[in-house]
Ligand binder design. Structure first.
Ligand code: SF4
Ligand code: SF4
Length: 438
């Protein structure tokens, strides 16, 4: 694609990077076929190619985007299916991240939009506040009909029951074969040490995921450290275009992990929410122009691994599913497109004895996409219905996934339990049966 940035614009490293991305697009349109919003709406402006043109226009002209342009960029899920399909390796993620930051800086949204976004950005990355808001929300349920549409949408996303806080989310060191594992070690003792991202929303909505992760790793001979601050990696606000806030959160995690790596040492930083993993692996790019953080961020990005990437390299030993079960694996977009992790979760589940199935249209997003189901409920609902139908068609006993957002989006509608892959592996290795599995 031809671009016309001025030399002055290109002196900005961020614009230079955008220019390179835009120039790599050859307009072929292959990406449109696998873009969920284009599949639903059939509008070129809601396709990756159409969005690339729109972002080129307002970035190149260095102007505030129009309301129409913002509508189409907002409708993008950041699912990155287009990146998997693109034959020219166009880095759509970096482009849309820049486009969203440009919108955040130069476009004035309606008051209700600004309040909704500010509320989400304030609450979701802070587990204590998020928990308090969920409790308040469940108390407010009886008054749902009296509330504005935006609040009703958020109330509808609340889980029916809030789990109690977990033991694996506090800053602590969990030694290998810790008493918490409750059973004999399995596999060849790994002798490794990893940091675990405790996360933000996940520790409130699904504390059992971190517990299963720690228990399983401990049994495999891996020491796990949850560092202080045990908080958000910055992904949630980063995808809302709030660069400054995301950098503050990311820097806190980088400092904590680098201190740990330079102290007692780390073999990996294990992440069990693929949305977070995609962002942490991108820290090197996010901080490339920050002299104080560029090296540290690149080191953290190089250490980051999804839990399934880490496990597949260990000898899991004789880990067998206690019951014959058909498990349909739903690959989160951030897993299959963002991190290009496809085979490890399937291989681990199969080797643990589960009969693994995959749904039709597995490349299409379930509509969760970080905060998308709160900000774009209509499109998110259509994608969810489509995903549920495809998952149900496989007649599973359970659905496994590797991202809390997908779990929350699908749970309650799938007709079977939706669990994290690591919960099933932990069960197969002697841990407790995941909740809901009959
Ligand atoms: S990230 Fe997903 S929704 Fe956005 S343009 Fe690419 S394929 Fe479409
Ligand atoms: S597939 Fe890649 S090169 Fe082709 S239009 Fe889409 S982004 Fe551009």
């Amino acid at each position: 694609m031809q671009t016309n940035f001025t030399l002055a614009q290109l002196a900005d490293p961020a614009i230079e990077s955008v220019n390179g991305i835009l120039r790599s697009c050859v307009h072929c349109g292959f990406c449109t076929a696998t873009c969920p919003t284009y599949v639903l709406l059939g509008d070129e402006l809601d396709s990756p190619r159409g969005r690339i043109y729109q972002m080129k226009s307002f970035i190149e002209e260095d102007r505030p985007p129009t309301a129409e342009e913002v509508k189409h960029i907002d409708r993008c899920l950041s699912c990155l299916s287009c990146m998997t399909t693109c034959p020219a390796s166009v880095h759509y993620m970096h482009l849309v991240d820049h486009g969203r930051a440009h919108i955040e800086e130069r476009y004035r949204r309606s008051l209700i939009d600004r309040l909704t976004r500010a509320f989400i950005a304030l609450v979701l990355p802070r587990p204590g506040l998020f928990r308090a808001m969920l409790i308040a929300g469940s108390l407010a349920r009886p008054f749902r009909a009296l509330m504005p549409k935006r609040l009703r949408t958020m109330l509808d996303l609340l889980p029916p029951k809030l789990p109690a806080p977990g033991w694996a989310d506090r800053a602590a060191v969990f030694p290998a074969a810790d008493a918490a594992s409750g059973s004999a070690p399995v596999g060849n003792r790994a002798g490794k040490r990893v940091a675990l991202l405790a996360g933000c929303a996940q520790q409130v909505l699904g504390p059992q995921v971190n517990e299963a992760t720690v228990r399983l790793l401990n049994r495999l001979g891996v020491e796990v450290v949850v560092t202080r601050p045990a908080g958000c990696c910055g992904a949630l606000v980063h995808h809302m275009g709030r660069t400054e806030a995301s950098h503050v959160q990311a820097k806190a995690m980088i400092d904590a992990w680098i201190a740990e790596a330079d102290g007692r040492g780390l073999d990996a930083i294990v992440v069990n929410a693929s949305g977070c993993g995609t962002t942490i692996k991108d820290y090197g790019h996010m901080f490339r122009n920050d002299p104080a953080y560029a090296d540290k961020a690149a080191r953290v990005a190089a250490l980051a691994m999804d839990i399934t990437e880490f496990l597949v390299r260990l000898d899991m030993g004789d880990v067998r599913a206690p019951e014959a079960m058909a498990v349909t694996y739903h690959s989160a977009c951030s897993m299959q497109h963002g991190q290009q992790i496809k085979e490890p979760p399937l291989a681990l589940l199969r080797s643990a004895g589960f009969a693994v199935k995959e749904p039709a249209e597995g490349h299409l997003c379930c509509g969760s996409a970080g905060t998308y189901n709160m900000l774009q409920p209509e499109l998110a609902g259509r994608l969810k219905a489509r995903k549920i139908a495809n998952l149900k068609a496989t007649a599973p006993d359970a659905i496994a996934t590797g991202n809390i957002g997908c779990t929350m989006q699908l749970a309650g509608n799938a007709g079977v339990p939706v669990v994290h892959t690591v919960e099933l592996l932990d069960w197969a290795a002697g841990g407790p049966k995941p909740a809901g599995i009959r």
